[in-house]
Design a protein around this ligand. Sequence first.
Ligand code: 2NL
Length: 339
Amino acid sequence: MSDINIASIKEEIAKSVAEAKTREELEALRVKYLGRKGALADITQTLSTMAPEQRPEFGRQINEFKKEVLDIFSRKEKDLGSAGAREAVSFVDIGMPGIAQEIGRMHPLTQIIKEICTIFSRLGFIIVEGPEIETEENNFTGLNIPLDHPSRDAFDTFYLKDKKLLLRSHTSPVQIRTMKSRKPPLAVVVPGRVYRPDALDASHSFMFHQIEGFLVDKNIKFSDLKGTLEMFAKSVFGKDIKMRFRPHFFPFTEPSAEVDISCIICKGKGCSVCGRKGWLEVLGSGMIHPNVFKHVGYDPDKYTGFAFGMGVERIAMLKYGINDIRLFYENDLRFLKQF
Ligand code: 2NL
């Protein structure tokens, strides 16, 4: 065996590798030339038949040959690989319009809840949540709501089978829980779902959202309530609105007031949204009743406080001019996308 033979075998390999068109053809050539019974094995075999003094030089030539042949194969492999990739790329028509990715957003009620909670956070209120299944004690008794009060009736509250438990009809029980587990000074807002057995129509739902808040400390006055709620209403509805506190009755506050803002549509002149009154009711509020303090173990001679509650749907409907509460629950993207 001489180096001329090696050179001609190398030439043959280079030629057939160059002609290979697929990975399969290349693999077959690899077996043919480099496999166990291939050309390289034959050449290596002849080494043992040579005169000892010729062997080192011939061994060196075989190693060289092997390295060059491996190079030929790996270059071809790269060629076939990138040719395959080019073929795949050619299927992508970069002139086609793209597939638009829909960007999600928060539900309008979630947005309003966050906005309102943020306003009160800036004033130092903490945000607390609690269970939707409650006891009669937390939902009614602790709030100074008497046993014969109409809101305790099964027509106005969802009672569970065992009668001791119910679906909370307002978020106030979370405030009772918070007062029981902490000590004043306290400033808390509570957002969440509440439930009442009302028939569904444009302004009623068996489930809706409330945000309630309270503040307890020494020397808290009605003027603190007014200042806090004015700050809140102007942040949500704009600094030009006017406010009105109307005397009202709630069992859990004394004195109590309903809070109106000047109509954001007609600016107080009177229109169909405000029922020609020029005012829109947005909140209930008052000074926390001494009986509520006694129930949670606070001394009513030492502490005073204010509390307020609002319906989130109502605030959102007024702010955005929405006239049907059911729109919030139907998940119609044509509605939701507007916020
Ligand atoms: C309304 C009226 C109100 C409260 C909620 C409250 C809670 C505790 C003690 C005293 Cl623990 N009061 N909450 C007070 C006044 C009014 O909500 O019309 N909500 C939609």
